[in-house]
Write a protein that binds this ligand. Structure first.
Ligand code: COA
Length: 414
């Protein structure tokens, strides 16, 4: 079976998390991704959070599958020459350096277009054009500046960042879509284009419903928020604890074992259509005849009481028992699954979403495979490259013979 992006060559100048997430996805879809790293140094994440001394970290290996790796000093004279060949050889250049780094190397968008008018040049930066455009940005900065932190957390408590890497991996996903869109455009226009994603914009896009709520606030209280009707609303869309954010009330409730197991909880959504079954199951058939309880509107001011009653019932069962009981009643719910539980989940192993990968230096480890499943071009997960593992191989493809390779090696360019 051929891969969807077979034949597409990606010049991967990415590092840390946001850019590598994007190029890893393209590699899973079959693109030939050539990761370029500084000789002797490499992507900083190779050495960050190392669990085994002197072995590429899980941080690096889990973000750089299916890529080839070469070293190149793009600031040296012979390194620049090779870089120019790479620009002519590839279809897409992806980078997430600090603002201006590519220009300082001597490779502006204008220069890249001169070298290869079909090149798609894709970048991630922390901010778009404006006051903060020159700032360096990491995940949590993006979560804070993109509206996620101000709308996450318990009511009246400090803003919270989330465990999901929406700033880094989220923006990498956005960029990958921009790249394949530009590749499609190139099939009929014949020309490349610039693709840019700012992490602030990517996070804000994922917080779309909160900007919705900001505008709704001008027309009255947000009735599905726990602040209604007993609490206060300020001027900005507030934090709402674990409220569902949609039109259906939801909350996280304790399950059997919560006293010792930090993940013995389940999310329950008291959807109107399934309310009768839920009320009967938890022993509150009385709510169904009671006008104080039997309409969504009547329940709104009493959601705290309602979830406390639901919790009395869930605390008598494990989160999996609750799931098994409520799902046949069409009550949407989801157990809080720990990373330990997810790593062991057989269905995720079967679909290739959780995979075991073998690495020559670290041995076997678990990773997350491609979550996007294509029927005609499934992804297989191959280990990340060692630093400079494919340098000679790529240089030969660029037309350098053994003596030319030896010369650039002696010059410290690779
Ligand atoms: N050859 C020669 N020089 C190289 C090189 C290579 N192969 N690869 C990188 N470099 C140089 C860069 O040109 C840059 O040099 P300069 O400062 O003289 O321009 C230098 O290495 C460092 O790059 P930089 O991107 O500034 O790294 P950093 O560690 O200081 O900053 C970030 C890291 C992530 C904060 C920054 O890259 C950034 O803000 N990126 C955009 C937003 C982003 O993606 N953030 C999320 C990361 S998960």
């Amino acid at each position: 079976m051929s891969k969807a992006l077979e034949g597409v060559k990606i010049l991967d100048m990415t590092h840390v998390q946001s850019g590598p997430t994007c190029t890893q996805l393209l590699a899973w879809f079959g693109a030939d991704v050539i990761k370029v790293e500084r000789p002797g140094v490499g992507d900083a994440t190779r050495g960050q959070l190392q669990d085994i001394p002197d072995v590429d970290s899980l941080y690096f290996t889990m973000l750089n599958h299916n890529k080839r790796g070469m070293t190149l000093n793009t600031k040296s004279d012979s390194g620049k020459e090779i870089f120019e060949k790479l620009i002519k050889h590839c279809d897409v250049l992806v980078e997430n350096f600090a603002p201006g780094a590519m220009d300082r190397m001597g490779f502006s968008w204008e220069r890249i277009q001169e070298l290869n008018p079909r090149m798609i040049y894709a970048s991630i930066k922390g901010f778009g054009p404006g006051k903060y455009e020159d700032c360096k940005v990491y995940e949590n900065v993006a979560q804070c500046t993109g509206g996620s932190a101000s709308t996450t957390g318990m009511i009246g408590d400090v803003p919270l960042v989330t465990g999901a890497q929406i700033g880094d991996s989220g923006t990498g996903l956005h960029l990958a879509l921009g790249i394949v869109t530009a590749l499609f455009h190139r099939t009929h226009s014949g020309v490349g284009q610039r693709v840019e994603c700012a992490m602030q914009d990517g996070v804000l896009n994922l917080c779309r419903v909160k900007l919705r709520d900001q505008q709704r606030l001008d027309h009255g209280p947000l009735t599905e928020y726990p602040q209604y009707p007993n609490g206060e609303f300020g001027e900005a869309a507030p934090r709402a604890g674990n409220a569902s954010g949609g039109g259906q009330p939801g909350w996280i409730v304790k399950c059997k074992g919560w006293e010792t197991d930090p993940d013995a909880y389940i999310y329950v959504i008291a959807q109107a259509a399934a309310f009768a079954g839920l009320a009967k199951e938890i022993g509150h058939e009385d709510w169904l005849e009671d006008p104080e309880w039997n309409t969504p509107k009547a329940r709104l001011p009493k959601l705290e009481t309602m979830f406390a009653e639901i919790e009395k019932w869930t605390m008598t069962k494990t989160k999996f028992d609750v799931m098994d009981t409520l799902n046949p009643l069409n009550v949407p719910c989801g157990p809080i699954l720990s990373m330990k539980e997810l790593a062991a989940e057989p269905s995720l192993r079967e679909t290739g979403t959780v995979v075991e990968v073998d690495h020559p230096e670290r041995g076997k480890y678990l990773s997350i495979g491609n979550p996007i499943k294509l029927s005609a071009s499934p992804s297989d997960v191959k280990r990340s490259p060692l630093l400079g593992e494919h340098t000679d191989e790529v240089l030969r493809e660029l037309g350098l013979d053994d003596s030319a390779i030896a010369t650039v090696r002696e010059a410290g360019a690779v």
